[in-house]
Design a binder for this molecule. Structure first.
Ligand SMILES: Nc1ncnc2c1ncn2[C@@H]1O[C@H](COP(=O)(O)OP(=O)(O)OP(=O)(O)O)[C@@H](O)[C@H]1O
Ligand SMILES: O=c1ccn([C@@H]2O[C@H](COP(=O)(O)O)[C@@H](O)[C@H]2O)c(=O)[nH]1
Length: 343
């Protein structure tokens, strides 16, 4: 059993793009449930809208049904002459409708003011209905270019991203770095969970990582705003998505990706690099045992993501065995072919 993430808990406790410095009272520890039960509904900034519009739709429908039944009733009956008076019923109906409308409005206001919380909890078992989807990603691919950077542990993703940042104006966001920062953030609700997952080379439940990435993207874009804001933002999202659920959720809720840059490297080469890095990195997972587990996770869980994007013609594959500058040259060549002028 792996711990699940309560969406409400997540919303209250991750540092947010809009309110990064706000602190919140500690919430109860998450209940145990399978990590796969991680389908998510709406993102905080827009969470009030779907629920309130759903409520309004339901109330309209109820009202229509009520009207239909009234029409059916009145069309079949002939009003009694001077018998029953209808106005008391109309008054009662009016009062009920008014009270109902007030209730709906109050709920909508409450949901809007609690904008840091998603409207719906993620389903806890496969027997439950999936939560409604977010209507649109937070960032438009017209103004935000996202490139996912994948490859086995130690393939050289971070090394190559640093070059691309320097020469091509990308912002580099490493999912692993963001998770490590959250792990070490004082008061983080997820610190221990992230520590355990990283040590075992497992994939942290996607809600945490997707939210951290979205926050970091929003921070970057906000920081670049000014008298002459950038027309386009480019992000290298390094080491993500490592699991299919992350891929779907990110593209649906945060931003569709332009392509996947995949660094292909044999395990023996990656192992040697990581063991070397482990002498100074201080990373809890740069040791033989964790490396073995990370390789396994990569093959079982992350390669299917690469295959998925490959089947859509969205993968740029680069051999990462050679020296860093050779790999970089090849990367630039391949990206130029795929992105043309945009690169
Ligand atoms: N092409 C290369 N040839 C030799 N060493 C390399 C090459 N690319 C990176 N390295 C070294 O290998 C180690 C791992 O590189 P890097 O951190 O870039 O990999 P990564 O794919 O981002 O790893 P991780 O997924 O574990 O974060 C580093 O010590 C780096 O200096
Ligand atoms: O989307 C992600 C990315 C990473 N992780 C965890 O972090 C470690 C380290 O990642 P690096 O990219 O090597 O820095 C990884 O092994 C996972 O445990 C994750 O859970 N989800």
């Amino acid at each position: 059993m792996q711990p699940s993430i309560s969406a409400r808990l997540l919303w209250r406790n991750l540092p947010r793009a809009a309110s990064r410095c706000t602190s919140s009272a500690p919430a109860p520890a998450p209940a145990s449930a399978p990590a796969s039960a991680s389908c998510f509904s709406t993102y905080a900034t827009k969470s009030a809208t779907p629920l309130s519009s759903h409520l309004l739709r339901s109330s309209r429908r109820a009202f229509q049904l009520q009207q239909q039944s009234q029409r059916a009733y009145s069309s079949s009956g002939i009003p009694p002459k001077g018998g029953i008076k209808f106005w008391p019923f109309l008054v009662i109906l009016g009062l009920c409708s008014g009270a109902y409308t007030l209730l709906v409005k109050q709920r909508a206001t409450e949901a809007a003011s609690a904008s840091k919380m998603p409207a719906v909890e993620p389903p806890k078992s496969s027997g439950q209905l999936p939560a409604p989807s977010k209507p649109a990603p937070t960032f438009s691919p017209d103004t935000t270019t996202v490139i996912f950077v994948l490859g086995g542990p130690g393939a050289g993703k971070g090394t190559q991203c640093a070059n691309l940042v320097q020469n091509h104006g990308f912002t580099h966001l490493s999912a692993g770095d963001l998770l490590r920062a959250e792990q070490d953030r004082p008061g983080s609700q997820f610190g221990q969970l992230i520590r355990d997952y990283i040590k075992d080379g497992l994939i942290v439940p996607m809600e945490v990582t997707v939210q951290l990435l979205e926050n970091a993207m929003a921070d970057t874009i906000r920081a670049a705003a000014g008298p002459s804001p950038k027309k386009e933002h480019r992000f290298l999202i390094d080491g993500f998505p490592r699991k299919m659920d992350q891929a779907f959720k990110f593209e649906e809720a945060v931003c569709p990706a332009r392509l996947v840059l995949f660094y292909d490297c044999p395990e023996a080469v990656m192992e040697a690099r990581l063991l070397e890095r482990g002498k100074t990195s201080g990373r809890s997972d740069d040791n033989a045992e964790s490396i073995r587990k990370r390789f396994r996770t990569f093959v079982d869980t992350s390669m299917p993501v690469v295959d998925h994007y490959d089947s859509q013609g969205r993968v740029v594959k680069v051999d990462a065995t050679a020296a860093p500058d050779v790999v970089y040259k090849k990367t630039v060549e391949e990206l130029k072919k795929k992105l043309g002028d945009k690169f």
